[in-house]
Design a protein around this ligand. Structure first.
Ligand SMILES: [Zn+2]
Length: 477
């Protein structure tokens, strides 16, 4: 496969275009594309938010399904507690507090951002803030201040394939309520961060109070012994400080930031499984610098971000901007019989980090980080080996099928949820590190949409438009 990179960024005139290339007696024509200001934000932002709306559980989503799973859920001791609401997490109907907190955080951060204001959403759909509040209401139901735990998940497995409202009888306590189970970890940090942003943006004491409760619980428990958890604590501390502006949150944020600088490996990496959240730690450090621009940690953090970016740069899969999984593998090196899936959250979390770092790195690394971040969005939106736009409804060529139980809904859309971002490319087999996307079938490893992809997309988009807005202001001076 041959790739050629062409730079026609000098061409600014708005319009709809194709590129035609003559090469070795052949003519190759690109998909049509549009040049207009803020095209990415105006088109993809509303789609990314609408995906969450269509994933809603526990209410009618017109054109998709009637109220479903109103009888969630049954706890291990046999009691029933109302956990209706939230979002179907992926192409199944289970609901997890693995990535629901991140999703609420991302929607809340995106709400009111420059990218949100540019959104070209038709009337009739909830705003990003409304959608964040929908998710937050479910998180609130899941929070048990007596046990200091968030309910882990409402889980009915993967066996049912039909409209969601027909999976259970919707009557609480009648015997088919879905079970509530524990998760391997307790995602309080990002839930506290999400509540802090909502408290700031709504002014409601409901979110202020629960944010304080949850943050006190976080601080009363030891951090997990991994950098991802410390990164989440840093992000939460930064958001808590934005809300309360107290000395305690400042010193907590400084403590986590310092510890992340210390735990960074010599090659620039952190101890984070790259599959989903690779960009979270550098994004959190960049956020710290935004809130504490005069911190004594600034030189250390800038050096740390520079090391991380140089690692990304040396491991990138040219001519694309995504990095390899590690120095020896492009995609996740799964083994026969093991679980595996595409890495779009890894790339989108990096896009978020790259746009955030743009404000923290010296010239010219800052501009290079921004180019790499754009490149990760490009990968999702069509600049990939099969030229598939992996966000449904945004580009020209999409997957033929998604791995989604909404395929069984009789609305003529066959599970093509607008704004859904699929898992993405995997290696063709354990022994072959060549790119594979299921363009004919609906393999879940590549074609299933998961909440974190859209969450990281929204976080990236809010930073991307913040940067372009800032540059425009600088140019005007
Ligand atoms: Zn449901």
């Amino acid at each position: 496969m041959w790739y050629r990179v062409g730079d026609f960024s000098f061409w600014k005139r708005p319009g709809r275009y194709r590129i035609r290339i003559y090469f070795e007696d052949k003519t190759v024509e690109s998909c049509p594309f549009v040049i207009s200001s803020h095209r990415i934000a105006s088109q993809t932002g509303p789609l990314a938010v609408r995906f969450f709306y269509i994933q809603r559980c526990g209410c009618e989503v017109p054109g998709w399904h009637s109220p479903c799973h109103l009888d969630d859920g049954r706890f291990p001791d046999g009691t029933h507690h109302d956990l209706s609401g939230g979002w179907h997490d992926a192409g199944d109907y289970n609901k997890y507090n693995g990535y629901t907190p991140l999703s609420v955080y991302a929607l809340a951060r995106f709400a009111g951002s420059e990218a949100d204001r540019l959104g070209d959403e038709p009337p009739g759909f909830p705003s990003p803030l409304d959608e964040a509040l929908w998710g937050a209401e479910w998180l609130k139901k899941c929070w048990n201040p007596d046990s200091n735990l968030l309910a882990g998940m409402v889980f009915s497995g993967y066996g049912y394939w039909g409209p969601p409202e027909e999976e259970t009888d919707n009557i609480p306590g009648s015997g088919d309520d879905r079970p509530v189970l524990a998760l391997g970890w307790n995602e309080l940090e990002l839930a506290a961060a999400a509540f802090a942003v909502l408290a700031r943006k709504t002014g409601s004491s409901v979110w202020t109070d629960i944010c304080r409760d949850m943050w006190e619980t976080v601080l009363s428990q030891p951090a997990f012994d991994n950098d991802l958890n410390r990164g989440k604590r840093l992000l939460a501390a930064v958001e808590i400080h934005r809300l309360f502006e107290e000395t305690e949150s400042s010193s907590e944020a400084h403590s986590y930031a310092s510890s992340l600088c210390d735990s960074q490996a010599a090659d620039g990496s952190w101890n984070v499984w790259p599959m989903l959240d690779l960009g979270l730690v550098p994004a959190a450090l960049a956020e710290f610098l935004r809130v504490f621009p005069s911190s004594s940690l600034k030189p250390e953090i800038q050096q740390s971000l520079e090391k991380f970016f140089l690692l990304w740069d040396t491991q990138r899969v040219a001519p694309f901007h995504i990095p390899k999984w590690d120095k020896d593998h492009i995609f996740y090196p799964y083994h026969p019989g093991e679980w595996y899936a595409g890495q779009n959250s890894m790339y989108l979390s990096l896009a978020w980090a790259g746009f955030c770092m743009e404000n923290s790195l010296p010239h010219p690394l800052a501009q290079e980080a921004e180019i790499r971040a754009y490149g990760c969005l490009d990968w999702i939106l069509g600049a990939n080996p099969l030229e598939i736009c992996m966000m449904e409804g945004a580009g020209t060529i999409h997957l033929a099928r998604y791995h989604h139980r909404y395929e069984s809904i009789d609305n003529g859309l066959y599970g093509h949820v607008p704004g859904a971002i699929c898992n993405g490319y995997v290696r063709a087999s354990p022994s072959s590190d060549t790119p594979f996307l299921d363009i004919a079938g609906n393999a879940w490893q590549t074609n299933e949409p998961w909440l974190p992809h859209n969450a990281y997309f929204l976080l990236a988009l809010s930073e991307y438009e913040r940067n372009s807005h800032r540059k425009k202001r600088i140019r005007k001076r």
